[in-house]
Design a protein around this ligand. Sequence first.
Ligand code: NAD
Length: 366
Amino acid sequence: MNLISRRRFLRTGAAASLAPWISLRAEEPAGKPLGVALLGLGNYSTHQLGPALKKTKHARLTGIVTGSPEKIPKWREEYGIPEGNVYNYETLDRIADNKDIDIVYVVTPTGLHPEYAIRAAKAGKHVICEKPMAPTVEDCTRMINAAKDNGVTLQIGYRLHWDPFHLRLMEAMEKKEFGDWKSISAANGSRMNEFTGLNKWRTGELSVAGALYDLGVYAVQAQLYTACEKPLRVTAKHSTERKDRFTEVPETYEWTLEFADGRKADGWSSYGKSANFIRADVKEGEIEIQPAYGYGGQKGRTPDGPMDFRHVPQQVLQIDGQAQAILRNEPSKVPGEMGRRDIRVLQGIVKSAASGKPYEFGDEWD
Ligand code: NAD
């Protein structure tokens, strides 16, 4: 293979199975599978995490924490969960005595993540917390400290860190494979018509900032792992077209992150309009994933042409990867500190939009 075709081979999906940074398959078990209790049995637990836990090698569903007694029989039957491994939000702290449960996976509305993650850590259980990590940076710090003080780990449910399209983007940008970036653009929006029943929290206080926290966190994250730097400041604004539906949080946020040498990353997130991409202008052309943030269906390209990866069960790989990090006592790819970094940016966006002025991050980073 000559140099150029070897370079192309390494850059395309053909190399995926050889590349150590693209781990498409969970490795062999590092020990007994860890027991996971899902806390909050809503949509994501029911349709994604529960089913994923049937396929994981290093973790299995051994418990549930729910405030809805009517859900218990179905979950117990489907996953073979003993009665003694069922908790509610009042009895949660007793989970400390349960040897079947190693990890509590917090899957409630965002505003409740800190309380439950901290209680789980105090009960001596490792914690996986869904994105976005928490309302504020201070909440994130309390969660991180609770995990440290109790000798457990805290990881965030950032499934895209196991997706081959995003891993390829991260790798290309880290290595400056196509040259340095000139500008970055990202958006994650989905037009939502109904927020009824349980879904109502998504436009209320528990969501913190609506679409920005729910969807925008992916666009911000992708911008950060594309830029491979932390931004200096952010300038943002928000807008709402459907004022009758969005009374507590804005419908749309737009932001521009600014980096040390004046380069910029633009982004937006919305419940009013749809988009789903991350794109960077790099020296040799463009690198893009679009659609980018779903559970599958990613399409990507680099200056060398289309990315050619098979789709993977993101949540299976994520939970297995997180369990392995615990079993092997290795650092997590998605620690609480990463969640806090992202919340710092999201909070900066909210503050800038509220004040109408740029928000300076200064040297607030860890
Ligand atoms: P959901 O509304 O379907 O479920 C939330 C669950 O929390 C429900 O079981 C509900 O009963 C419970 N809950 C406990 N206290 C509550 C309260 N005071 N108000 C409302 N619900 C309460 O939401 P979801 O879509 O399952 O999202 C849950 C979490 O998972 C959120 O943090 C969300 O951002 C995250 N999530 C992540 C992904 C991902 O791709 N990683 C996808 C969807 C959701």
